[in-house]
Design a protein around this ligand. Structure first.
Ligand SMILES: *[C@@H]1O[C@H](CO)[C@@H](O)[C@H](O)[C@H]1NC(C)=O
Length: 328
């Protein structure tokens, strides 16, 4: 069939459009050099920004002490970085009041790799993702979804808020869905990119970070959307650990049908004491409903992680080992 010139031009434009389009959706990839011996240590904190209140400052102090002890390489934030409604713009004073002025210890002057939580989506998300914030505090590194390769471990950060249907049917709060709509495309692209990135990864350890829990026995419980769309992908691709916040507690749950471990570190400030559900089919190894954070040390063959409370006490400690020559 011969094409008329206008049809041909239109098709050419569409073709260029579709060839270029996926590259926008591709996960951005970053690298972080591990220590000289290839090992890595870092802290994980979630649900924190409250201008120091609700023990945020106490947690920050203990993070500084542990950060120094482990000579940490970076900090991971599982989201809900600024309460109650994210930040209003790049010049919002909350950024300094809840971040720069709180985590002041020398050991915490490292890169903070961060995702957005649902509370961040109630503010100006584009401002919180704006690299201009790094001019105010160069530690800040927040993106919707990205990967971070450190040699022995690859981290996959995923923007989970748009997965949760409730936020789209809620009228009490407004969410900043700019750059997320149309939702269906957005979610499909993330899942496709994640599947590709996870399956191609050759790192010994694969760690996925999101705000919402896949599995939780606390206030919000499991996220059915993530259980359905994300969990099978993580299990199929040999992911070792899923780190999240959202529930204001520290918990460690082992998946019964795979080596995947679910960790909640969402106890950076306000805690929800006594809010526990017993609806879990996987194995709950530890649960703490006060404030605290997580520390992690990794080598090629072992991950050791701990939960610490506001007094710096190690309240839970666990090791995961991997044989160097296993095919996993
Ligand atoms: C701060 O932590 C202490 C010790 O866990 C606890 O007793 C106190 O209730 C906490 N304060 C707040 C505001 O959560």
């Amino acid at each position: 069939m011969a094409l008329s010139t206008p049809t041909f031009i239109l098709q050419a434009i569409l073709c260029i459009y579709f060839v270029l389009l996926p590259s926008f959706a591709k996960l951005q990839r970053f690298q972080h050099q591990p220590k000289h011996d290839g090992s890595l240590s870092f802290l994980v904190i979630g649900d924190w920004g409250r201008q120091g209140l609700y023990n945020q400052s106490l947690v920050a102090t203990q993070m500084g002490i542990m950060g120094e002890k482990l000579n940490i390489d970076f900090v991971i934030s599982t989201g809900d970085n600024f309460y109650d409604e994210g930040i209003k713009g790049v010049n919002d004073p909350l950024f300094k009041q809840s971040f720069s002025n709180i985590y002041t210890a020398k050991s915490l002057q490292k890169q903070w790799y961060s995702v957005l939580g649902n509370h961040d989506y109630r503010g100006d998300t584009i401002a919180q993702l704006n690299p201009l914030l790094r001019k105010i505090d160069r530690r800040w590194f927040c993106m919707r979804s990205f990967t971070l390769n450190t040699g022995i471990a690859e981290f996959f950060f995923i923007d989970t808020t748009p997965f949760i249907s409730d936020y789209f049917n809620e009228f009490e709060h407004t969410y900043d869905w700019r750059d997320v709509s149309p939702r269906k495309n957005y979610l499909n692209n993330i899942l496709k990119d994640f599947e590709e990135a996870l399956s191609k990864s050759t790192a010994t350890w694969k760690i996925v970070v999101g705000h919402h829990a896949i599995r939780s026995i606390s206030h919000h419980g499991d996220s059915p959307e993530l259980l359905e769309s994300l969990a099978p992908m993580l299990k199929a691709n040999g992911v070792d650990m899923y780190l999240n916040g959202h529930d204001h507690c520290l918990q460690h749950i082992s998946s019964k049908d795979s080596p995947l471990v679910y960790i909640t570190s969402g106890a950076g400030s306000k805690a929800w004491r006594g809010d526990i559900k017993e609806n879990n089919v996987d194995e709950v190894r530890f649960f703490y409903d006060g404030q605290g954070f997580m520390s992690v040390q990794m080598t090629e063959t072992e991950i050791e992680f701990s939960f610490l409370d506001v007094f710096g006490e190690i309240i839970h400690n666990w090791r995961i080992q991997k044989s160097l020559h296993s095919s996993a």
